[in-house]
Design a protein around this ligand. Structure first.
Ligand code: ATP
Ligand code: BUA
Length: 355
C-alpha cells in the first residue's frame, strides 16, 4: 500500500492540536494549550493566524519533518455555509468566507487558513473534513418559535461523527441501523441526537443548550434582551460574554475544569455548585434529545476533554442512564478523523467536495 504523509491541524478555542500521520498511523502528535492571556492579545480570532502558524512550523522543525515530505495538509473546517458531511478541498471562496467571518468567528476558522498556508508552501492540497456547519437537521428542528430566527446546526461534527463510527465498530452495529445520543464536552458543548447516523437535532453549541467552560449556552430570552438594550454593552461585548467568556469562565474565572476540580477538593462551594450545574444542564439536554429520538436510543456517548472527569461524567450519568447505557470516550478522535478524511480522497476512495 502506498504511503501518504498527512499533517493535521485542529485549532480549538483553548488549544492547537497538531499531528503528523503516515496514512492513519500517527507518527507525531502534540497538543499546545494556549493560556487565556496569551490569546487575549488578539482582538479577533483571525489575528491569531501567525501566532498559531509559528507554533506549527516549530513543531515541524522540532520533529525534523521537511515540508517536502507532506502529501496533504488537513485542517478542522470552520463556520461556513450549511454543508453536507464530507471532505472538502480548501478553495479561495472558502478562505474568503473564513477571513471575513461571513458565518461567524470561531477558532476552527483558522484550520483551513493554516492548512492552506502550509500546503501552498509544501506544494500540496489542503482539505477540511466535517466542519462544524454540517447540517442534517430535521425540518421540525429548524423551527425556533420566532419566524425571524431559524435554528442552525453548529456543533462538533468532526468528533461526533468519528466517535459515533467508533462506537458502532465496537458495538458491532451499523451506524445506519441505530440511534445514538452523543455529548461532546470540550471548551464548547454539543449534545446530538443521531438518527441512523444523521444528526437530526443538536443544540447550536455557540448559542443554545448547556453552558460550557467558555459558552453561556441557552439563556432566559427576556433577561438577555434586557441586557442587550441596557446600553451597557456593545454587540462585541455581548458576543464575548456569551461565546468566549461565558459559562465556567464567567462564574469562576477559569475555563480549566481541572482547576475547578482542585477548588472543589479544597471545599470551594461555589465551584461545586457551578460545575454540578453544568453537568445538570448536559443531562437535561440529553433528556430532550432522547425525546427527539422517541426514546429509541442504543447508547449515550460522552466525549471531549471534559469526559476525562469522572466527577462530571458520574453526575451526568446518574440522571440519564435510565435512557440507555452510557459509554465514555474521553478526549477526541478528531486528528485521526481528519487524517482518514484526507486519506479517503488521496487514495481515490472518495471525491473531495467543492465548496
Ligand atoms: N483530565 C481532565 N479532567 C477534567 N477536565 C479536563 C481534563 N482534560 C481536559 N479537561 C477539560 O476539558 C476542557 C477542554 O476540552 P477540549 O480540549 O476538548 O476543548 P477544546 O478542543 O479546546 O475545545 P472544543 O472541544 O470546544 O473544540 C477544558 O475545560 C479542560 O480543562
Ligand atoms: C464546534 C462549534 C461549537 C463550539 O465551539 O462550541
Amino acid at each position: 500500500m502506498r504511503h501518504y504523509y498527512i499533517l493535521t491541524i485542529n485549532p480549538g478555542s483553548t488549544s492547537t492540536k497538531i499531528a503528523f500521520y503516515q496514512n492513519i498511523e500517527p507518527l507525531f502528535t502534540e497538543t499546545i494549550r494556549h493560556k487565556m492571556d496569551e490569546l487575549a492579545q488578539f482582538p479577533r480570532i483571525i489575528e491569531q493566524l501567525p501566532f498559531r502558524r509559528d507554533k506549527i512550523m516549530n513543531f515541524l522543525k522540532d520533529k525534523d519533518i521537511p515540508l517536502t515530505r507532506l502529501s496533504a495538509v488537513v485542517g478542522r473546517g470552520g463556520l461556513l455555509r450549511p454543508l453536507p458531511s464530507g471532505t472538502y478541498r480548501v478553495n479561495e471562496k472558502m478562505l474568503k468566507d473564513l477571513r471575513e467571518g461571513s458565518y461567524g468567528e470561531h477558532a476552527s476558522n483558522l484550520g483551513a487558513l493554516l492548512a492552506a498556508e502550509i500546503a501552498s508552501e509544501a506544494g500540496v492540497l489542503a482539505y477540511v473534513v466535517d466542519p462544524p456547519c454540517v447540517d442534517e437537521l430535521d425540518p421540525l428542528a429548524r423551527v425556533s418559535g420566532c419566524p425571524e430566527i431559524e435554528r442552525r446546526s453548529l456543533f462538533h461534527a468532526l468528533n461526533v461523527k468519528a466517535v459515533a463510527r467508533r462506537v458502532c465498530r465496537e458495538l458491532g452495529e451499523r451506524l445506519e441501523n441505530i440511534n445514538l445520543l452523543v455529548a461532546h464536552m470540550g471548551g464548547g458543548i454539543s449534545v446530538c441526537a443521531l438518527k441512523r447516523g444523521k444528526v437530526i437535532d443538536v443544540n447550536n453549541a455557540l448559542a443554545e443548550g448547556p453552558f460550557s467552560p467558555e459558552r453561556a449556552g441557552g439563556l432566559p430570552t427576556l433577561e438577555l434582551a434586557r441586557l442587550c438594550f441596557s446600553g451597557r454593552y456593545t454587540w462585541a461585548e455581548v458576543y464575548k460574554k456569551l461565546v468566549g467568556q461565558g459559562g465556567l469562565v464567567a462564574y469562576l474565572g477559569t475555563q480549566d475544569a481541572t482547576e475547578v476540580e482542585k477548588r472543589i477538593e479544597q471545599g470551594d462551594e461555589k465551584a461545586r455548585l457551578i460545575y454540578e450545574a453544568m453537568a445538570y444542564q448536559v443531562a437535561k439536554e440529553l433528556g430532550s434529545m432522547a425525546a427527539v429520538l422517541k426514546g429509541e436510543v442504543r447508547a449515550i456517548v460522552f466525549t471531549g476533554g471534559l469526559a476525562y472527569s469522572s466527577r462530571l461524567t458520574s453526575w451526568i450519568k446518574e440522571r440519564v442512564e435510565f435512557i440507555a447505557p452510557v459509554l465514555i470516550y474521553p478526549g477526541e478522535d478528531e486528528m485521526k478523523a481528519l487524517a482518514e478524511g484526507a486519506l479517503r480522497v488521496l487514495m481515490g476512495e472518495e471525491k473531495a467536495l467543492e465548496y
